[in-house]
Design a protein around this ligand. Structure first.
Ligand code: PSU
Ligand code: MN
Length: 306
């Protein structure tokens, strides 16, 4: 039975029982996406921002083999300090990490899955995984996040896709699998560190109320899967496009030299980009996550009000 595996924290359970808004948050961004102590500060601040908007935060991870929905400050600190020493869990990893009573941070895919088990429908993160560059010729590296987006009914608020990935192919893949990509107050799909990517979104929506309505209709009609809410980084925190492009190119080259592949590639690129930009990219990363947490909380409220 599911309850043998799933543990929902009391404040989250209470919110769910009272149909109050809840926002799911992932933990790979904490353990594998940012260094300590900024990862811990960011994770706690994100939870605080969700509360300030009137929703309940639920950071998701696997601890001692339990699927956990809602962590304490001590548990967030534990994951933040252990960093890359905790597993990075996507869909395929969950049964084995549970059976082995392991600790793991959850990716977008795994977080969506566990959020759905708990009955949550809105999730905020930084950026989703996608189709890596040169996938068509070499690596076949397509994040499991994209398949999860195709089938699991949890809306993901993100700042788009980083250009460490192939943005165009990622959008093509999402189209093939029927995942709507909505620009929140934007016509252009954002590329994480910057507001632009050169690609348009499918639909532009300017309010969370309007967004909530369409999402509810989608699921009422039995159209399974996520909606990507692409929320651009606020312009004051954008990276200069030249600097970020150069850092990404250098980091990709370094990854190739060192033969980094599989689930190690995204964390490797992120920490290299941070070094190459002298911490600028981390500052942008933190701010865009805050911005996504706020919009996700507003969306969770709009959905609860329907
Ligand atoms: N993008 C970021 N930071 C991250 C990730 C993506 O800017 O931490 C993480 C997310 O958890 C995402 C995962 O789900 O990387 C995708 O990994 P992979 O490509 O191995 O599926
Ligand atoms: Mn991958």
């Amino acid at each position: 039975m599911l309850t043998n595996y799933l543990q929902i924290a009391p404040p989250v359970l209470e919110a769910l029982e009272n149909e109050q808004p809840v926002v799911a948050l992932e933990s790979t961004i904490i353990a594998h996406g940012m260094p300590f102590p900024q990862n811990k500060e960011t994770a706690l601040r994100v939870e605080q921002l969700v509360r300030e908007e009137g929703a309940v935060p639920a950071t998701i991870a696997i601890l001692g083999g339990q699927l956990r929905v809602g962590l304490s400050e001590e548990e967030i600190d534990y994951i933040a300090q252990k960093g890359k020493k905790v597993h990075k869990a996507s869909r395929r990893d969950i049964p084995f990490l549970v059976a082995q009573k392991e600790d793991a941070a959850t990716t977008v895919a795994a977080t969506m899955l566990i959020a759905k088990m708990a009955g949550l429908t809105v999730f905020a993160t930084g950026g989703i995984g996608g189709v890596h560059r040169e996938t068509e010729s070499k690596s076949m590296d397509i994040s499991a996040d994209l398949q999860e987006l195709a089938k699991t009914n949890v809306v993901v608020v993100c700042a788009g896709v980083k250009s460490i990935l192939d943005i165009g192919l990622t959008l093509e893949y999402l189209e093939t699998h029927g995942v709507p990509v909505v620009g929140y107050q934007t016509n252009e799909f954002p590329s994480f560190y910057t507001r632009e990517s050169g690609f348009n979104v499918d639909y532009r929506i300017d309010s969370t109320a309007e967004l909530a309505k369409a999402i509810r209709m989608k699921w009422e009609m039995g159209l399974e899967g996520s909606v990507i809410v692409a929320n651009p980084i606020p312009s004051e925190f954008e990276m200069p496009i030249g600097a970020i492009d150069q850092a990404i190119a250098l980091a990709l080259n370094e990854a190739k030299q060192q033969n980094i592949s599989g689930k190690k590639i995204t964390p490797f690129l992120l920490s290299h980009i941070k070094e190459l930009t002298k911490g600028e990219s981390l500052r942008s990363n933190i701010q865009l996550v805050y911005n996504n947490a706020k919009v996700a909380a507003q969306l969770a409220k709009s959905m609860a009000n329907l």
